[in-house]
Each structure stands twice: as structure tokens, then as C-alpha cells.
Design a protein around this ligand. Sequence first.
Ligand SMILES: Nc1ncnc2c1ncn2[C@@H]1O[C@H](COP(=O)(O)OP(=O)(O)OP(=O)(O)O)[C@@H](O)[C@H]1O
Length: 279
Amino acid sequence: MSRDPVAALDRVSVSFGDVDALRDVTLEVPAGQVVAVVGGDGAGKSTLLRALVREVHPDAGRVVAPSKADLGFLPASSGSWAALSVAQNLDFAGGVYGLTGDELAERRARLLDAADLDAAADRLASQLSGGMRRKLGFCMAIVHSPRLVVLDEPSTGVDPVSRIDLWRMIAETAAQGAGVVMSTTYLDEAERAGHLVVLDDGEVLVQGSYDDVRAGFAGTVTRADVARRPEWSWRRGRARHEYWPAGDAPAGLEVVDPDLEDVVIALSLVRRLGAGVGA
Ligand SMILES: Nc1ncnc2c1ncn2[C@@H]1O[C@H](COP(=O)(O)OP(=O)(O)OP(=O)(O)O)[C@@H](O)[C@H]1O
């Protein structure tokens, strides 16, 4: 990669009892870039992020990340204190990192403005909407301008308008030089990240830029009302998409240009069913 990574996982594996939450995961987080981690429920997204911020310790492999002072984390839970006001939450988070006086006041004002939370500064966090609360959690994670920002599903449950605000703030944070790693279940959001990591059952199925991931995708995706091989198909709108790993779709079927959702599902099917089956 062209820029120095601010964090990295090198062949990291994490298990909880007999559950392998992450297996042999390698990734780099370059400065100035957003890395999106996608995958279904239980794929290992939270574990990957928690390994980066050293909340879980790998059974194997190496984690490279800045010290706590240079790291901001928005956990999957709200990330703010319900009984404190918006401003108090930010002041508390800033205080933890040694921000005081004018510096803290300036930073608070800038973040509240960017997040469109100024009017809510005196409201208790418990009285905020889900989206406002996620934005507050994000502001708290970046209050000290860390080099590494780790966000666990920042936009889940957030309305479309707040999602746009959040994405803008995330992109700006990266543009100012931080390395940002975020998990998301919204694939349209992931497509906009500089680097994508697709996790399935604790393993990296594929990673790279969106263009790399699409360019490296082999085989054919078709669309029809009824799938020929149901186990290789998934619903998209009213139709079903079907994957032909060897590219040998029967003549006459409509071929579609796969988007990220198709690619992610097709690759996870290959992992589960094996490329040989049905190909
Ligand atoms: N503290 C834990 N103790 C036991 N098992 C865990 C623990 N944390 C995660 N796991 C298991 O590890 C696997 C990966 O979980 P993880 O939370 O990282 O997935 P995820 O992709 O973030 O999914 P979700 O979006 O549903 O949270 C799952 O099988 C999960 O049940």
C-alpha cells in the first residue's frame, strides 16, 4: 500500500471456547483511508475491531495499533452515558484524553456543529434518537483526534439523513489523516470505502478496493424468477440471482453485472458449498 499503515493485523486468530471467531486474518489500515469490514451476523466483525483496540487478545498472530491515547473506539453499544447530557458526554470523553479549557470547548463546538447536535447539547443522551446517539458516540470517539478510529456498526439503526451526516464525518476524519476501520451491514456504504474486507465465519473471503474485489470476482451471476439450482441462488427484489462459479450459465439466462451484495453472497456460497458443486 502506498501510505504507511496506522494499524495492522498479521495472521490473527481469536477463539472463544470452541468458537473460532477469527481465523488467520491479515489486514492493514492505511492513514487517510476508510476500511469497511462487512459480513453477516457472527462473521467476526466485532471481534476483528475489538482485536484492533486490544479488547480481545489473539490466540495467534500479531496486532499493531497505536497506544490508547491515539485510538478512538465506538463500540457496538451506544458509546455514551445515558445519564449525562450531550455536552457532558463530550467533555467527559475529552477529559479522559487530557483536553481542557478552551481547547476542549472549541473541539466540542466544532463536533456538535458537524454532527448537527448543537441544539441538543443540553439534552440527556437517554433522550436522543438512535441516530443522534450514534453520532454522539462517534464524536466522543474522535474528540481527541486519534490516528486510528475504530467504529463498530456506526450506522446501524440510524435514519438515512443521520447516516449521510455520519458518513460525511467519517470521510472527513479519514481525509484529515486518520485510519478509520468500521464494520457495517450496509453494503452501499461499504462500496464507498477505500478498502473492503469481507468476513465470513471468521475468515477473510476477499479484500481490496471495491474495484479490485469486483475485478477479481470470477464466474457468472444470472437473474430469473425461479432458480435452476436453489442452493446457489438468493433473492434480489422480486427475482432470484444465481451464481455459476465456473461461468457456465445455461444459454438464454439473463446475465447481471454483480454488485457488492451479489459478490459477497456468491463468495460465501462457494465457501459453504464448494466451487466444484453445481459448477
Ligand atoms: N465474548 C464472547 N464469548 C463467546 N463467543 C463469542 C464472544 N464474542 C463473540 N463470540 C462469537 O464469535 C463469533 C463472532 O462474533 P462477532 O460478534 O465478532 O461477530 P459479528 O460479525 O460482529 O456479528 P454481529 O454483527 O452479529 O455482532 C460468533 O460466533 C460469536 O457468537
